[in-house]
Design a protein. Structure first.
Length: 520
């Protein structure tokens, strides 16, 4: 048998020219066809493109036979081949998934698969998800089976009614549990925007920032500044211009009003050695005082400041003619102005008291620890620092100076007053120069305390005087009186606390403020 052609596409006819004696029977011919020519032809082409016509065996006389017992033309179709190979189904019922296709004819398949079974066999097993996850990768043959769950926070928030942005006039309220950038919206409460347009522009007020609350505009407001106007206790002067600042009516010019129970002094009832002082109203003053005497470098005194002279002190005892220095501070070498500026104590007396602490006049008694037990033999001891104790400060200072010169033991407060000299008007060798000032006795400090109000008012009238009266913050003044030794064989000096007008003692290693005095 001779094979004329193995295969032709579509309508091509495969013709095999064989001798008649080659065919024994239909069954043997069919077997030979499948085993040889047909196997080769169908396996060499894809099932989708292969279409075979009937197969004929041509004899020498032109007849078509299949063996001696094939009475006519016998055709073998691809479908028969598919069925014979196990591809039993020609198409599948609606809804079923075709299985493996026949390579000879793709319309024949081995099986028709239930779509749910096909999906599950291909890992489409997910039917539901928990928010914020959603079904993903749907099975092509099922509406209910998916391959996985995928997280989608934005979708979960949106489907729950949350939004990423609120419309004007609203603000976010409750945040979405899946994504905090989403939330519900409420009308903007506009905290601090408490006024309507009319209220914000009412008398005495000016409108400020605005806020939209679901279409309603709310306002802030502030009191009108009324620059150049002021509050007047007794109202405005006649013809004064007015300005409302909030609920307060202000005027550019105030009418003068005076409390006659306070402002009661004038030249008619404040005479003689007394002078008007303090605040004034309507030509009257609230204070009538007898000012202290000012001591000048020419050894004269006056109750008024005389700018043509040089003031060197303020009198603390007019009867005994004793004055206190008015510019004896100077800064201690270990301190400077910065220390004063940074001093932290009560505000009302901040600068004054820091001057007190950091001044060169604030010194301890001795320069050596071992001197604390030394008793100055010529200096009278005062029992319990009695203010009537004698002698006076000038005598005490002289005795202490003599002791220091003889022994070499330096008593620092006395050394300070011995070296004191006013800034101007008292050159060395003059009556008020160095060596003529002394440390107060406890009795003289007591007099100083009783006259402190007059002294303070007098100092205020001297432009370059320093505040020597410290009566509001732990003001300890050194005296030149010594007190009896205690059981520890220590000697002390007497001190005076001007704040509470009390006498005390201080160890010689402690100290206070040294106030130079002079007789005139």
């Amino acid at each position: 048998m001779k094979i004329i052609s193995k295969s032709f596409l579509l309508s091509s006819v495969v013709s095999l020219v064989l001798p008649q004696t080659s065919f024994a029977s239909l069954s043997s011919a069919y077997a030979s066809l499948v085993d040889t020519s047909q196997n080769q032809a169908f396996e060499s082409k894809p099932a989708q493109s292969l279409k075979l016509a009937a197969v004929h065996f041509i004899t020498n006389d032109g007849g078509v036979r299949f063996g001696g017992n094939n009475p006519g033309n016998q055709e073998f179709l691809p479908g028969d081949l598919c069925k014979n190979s196990g591809y039993r189904y020609e198409g599948c019922p609606a809804g079923y998934v075709p299985g493996e296709a026949c390579p000879h004819d793709s319309s024949f398949v081995k099986e028709c698969i239930n779509p749910d079974i096909w999906c599950r066999d291909n890992d489409y097993n997910v039917t539901s998800c928990t928010l914020p996850k959603y079904l993903s990768d749907q099975c092509p043959y099922s509406d209910t089976l998916y391959k996985s769950c995928e997280e989608d926070n934005a979708r979960a928030c949106q489907e729950a009614g949350y939004v990423a942005e609120c419309e004007p006039g609203k603000v976010k309220d409750k945040a979405c549990p899946y994504d905090e950038s989403y939330g519900t919206c409420i009308c903007n409460p506009c905290p601090g925007f408490d006024y309507t347009a009319a209220e914000a522009s009412a008398q005495g007020y000016v409108p400020g920032e605005v806020c939209n609350s679901c279409g309603t505009t709310k306002y802030k407001r502030s009191e009108a500044l009324c620059d150049g106007f002021k509050t007047c206790d007794c109202g405005g002067a006649t013809g004064a211009q007015t300005c409302w600042s909030g609920t307060t009516k202000k005027f550019d010019t105030c009418k003068e009003c005076c409390d006659t129970s306070v402002y009661k002094y004038d030249t008619a009832n404040c005479t003689g050695d007394y002078q008007l002082a303090g605040n004034s109203c309507g030509g009257k003053y609230d204070t009538c005082i007898k000012p202290g005497l000012i001591l000048y470098s020419d050894r004269t005194t006056s109750r008024q400041y005389l700018p043509e002279k040089t003031a060197i002190g303020v009198v603390i005892d007019e009867e005994k003619k004793i004055a206190a220095a008015i510019n004896n501070f100077g800064f201690h070498k270990d301190y400077n102005q910065k220390d004063v500026d940074n001093c932290v104590i009560e505000e009302k007396s901040l600068y004054q008291n820091c001057f007190y602490f950091y001044s060169a006049a604030a010194v301890s008694w001795i320069s050596s620890w071992n001197e604390k037990k030394v008793d100055i033999p010529d200096l009278q001891n005062c029992s319990e620092c009695n203010p009537d104790c004698l002698p006076d400060g000038k005598t005490n200072t002289a005795k202490i100076t003599t002791y220091s010169q003889r022994t070499g033991n330096i008593i620092l407060p006395v050394q300070y007053v011995n070296n004191y000299q006013p800034l101007n008007g008292c050159p060395s060798g003059s009556w008020c120069g160095k060596g003529n000032w002394f440390l107060p006795s406890i009795q003289q400090l007591n007099t100083f305390s009783h006259n402190k109000e007059i002294i303070k008012n007098t100092i205020k009238s001297i432009p370059y005087a320093e505040p020597i009266v410290f009566d509001d913050y732990k003001s300890i003044y050194n005296s030149s009186n010594e007190v009896t030794q205690d059981n520890n064989s220590q000697d002390y000096f007497c001190t005076y606390n001007l704040e509470n007008k009390s006498f005390g003692i201080t160890s010689k290693i402690a100290g206070g403020f040294s106030l130079p005095l002079i007789e005139y």
